[in-house]
Design a protein around this ligand. Sequence first.
Ligand SMILES: Cc1cc2nc3c(=O)[nH]c(=O)nc-3n(C[C@H](O)[C@H](O)[C@H](O)COP(=O)(O)OP(=O)(O)OC[C@H]3O[C@@H](n4cnc5c(N)ncnc54)[C@H](O)[C@@H]3O)c2cc1C
Length: 444
Amino acid sequence: MGKLQKRPRFESWGRFPTLPAGMVPLHWTTDFPLPGPTGAKQLPVGLGRSYGDVCLLENGTLLATPGMDRLLHFDPTTGVLRCEAGASLQQILDFAVPRGFFLPVTPGTKFVTVGGAIANDIHGKNHHVAGTFGRHVLRFELVRSDGSRFVCSPVENQDWFAATVGGMGLTGLIAWAEIRLRPIVSRKIDYRGVKFHGIAEFLELSRTSTSEYTVAWIDCVSTGKNFARGIFMQGDHTAIPGPLNRSKEAKLVFPFDLPGFVLNRWSMKAFNALYYHRQFGQEKSGPVDYEPFFYPLDAVLRWNRMYGKSGLLQFQCVLPRESGEQGIVEMLKMITVAGLASFLAVIKVFGDVPSPGMMSFPVPGITLALDFPIRRDKSFELLDWLAKITQEYGGRMYSAKDARMTAEQFQAFYPQWQEFALYIDPAFDSAFWQRVTGRRPRDE
Ligand SMILES: Cc1cc2nc3c(=O)[nH]c(=O)nc-3n(C[C@H](O)[C@H](O)[C@H](O)COP(=O)(O)OP(=O)(O)OC[C@H]3O[C@@H](n4cnc5c(N)ncnc54)[C@H](O)[C@@H]3O)c2cc1C
């Protein structure tokens, strides 16, 4: 068992807010519960790839899980992998891809733990066919601060399973989990990118695509005839047997915190134009390695430093399909006018596959995700407007990417929150949960 360290800084990916906390590294699944009273509330954390405060707890004790990262058992006949919850998706890919298996669902970075993936019930580019990560979790062990440990699955302790998948780390520590991987015959993805102009065209491409993975990049800076232009990206694991082992991978590390003024309306505009025109023709297709297809941002480690020390705010909402088109157009107009838009705004249509978690974010509809540099005079106000539009159109926002929702908004987006609260471990809390239950003001 690790010793309580002296207040190391644990940051979420947005680096906002930053809150002091103690941290206890866990190495074994038996390291929790902690032996003595910590005198502070606790919260398990993974690799801190959540953007806001869902993985933060001011003056609390963070239970750091990445050292609890063993792959415990793999059955190649069924693809079922059992691992400790601190194992990262990167570790799983390094193990599984050479053996002809892939993650059933993956987010836009492989630097997340299995525990973090379950606790936020993450989604990926195949949501419309595969649903969320939690749908592929067969079982996990939940450990409570009173020392009780029990296995949860869709058929065993179902209510605890539903509360913990998407439960934001509040129901207890996930010690290990079993997930079902999917077979592949090559590292390659058959890719096709198609340019579009406007949300209606994007929706039509989403409706007619037969690909397993779909997502679109959307230009949030251009106006006039280029308003809402983008590239619809689709892919499938290739059916042609090919290499499974990785060729050498070069990683860049973003070396320093960029001064805030570098990211301004003009640099964003230049980036968005370059990104759009990197694909010359209307369509581009061919085989690509899975790494750049799924994890383009992972090629630059610590890219969040581009936003400088003040950090960034993410916003992700989902709006119901019927009213979504108009709501998204309204949001994009507001974003272009504010001139704060981000490098990488993505839009996707979520499918009908039900999410297994009581508090899971995905519901059928159109989801928009983007990030903004923090400019105190503008960004908070813009985020508040976007949250307001989300509410007006009957949508909801994603807790894993949020640092701004008010208690009133959260409770309207997730009316089941009180039922969920019954499952919270009495020793656990988070800065997010304090905020959305009205016990903590928003950080400014
Ligand atoms: C570049 C980038 C792209 C992303 N793309 C996507 C995407 O496409 N789709 C998507 O859904 N998300 C996406 N995310 C968000 C990310 O997938 C989630 O925030 C994920 O939960 C982070 O996992 P983590 O291991 O870093 O956990 P943390 O961020 O450290 O923690 C996340 C939550 O999990 C809880 N937790 C962690 N470990 C445990 C445990 N063992 N037991 C109980 N609770 C635990 C924490 O308390 C916290 O509430 C992206 C993030 C980045 C930086």
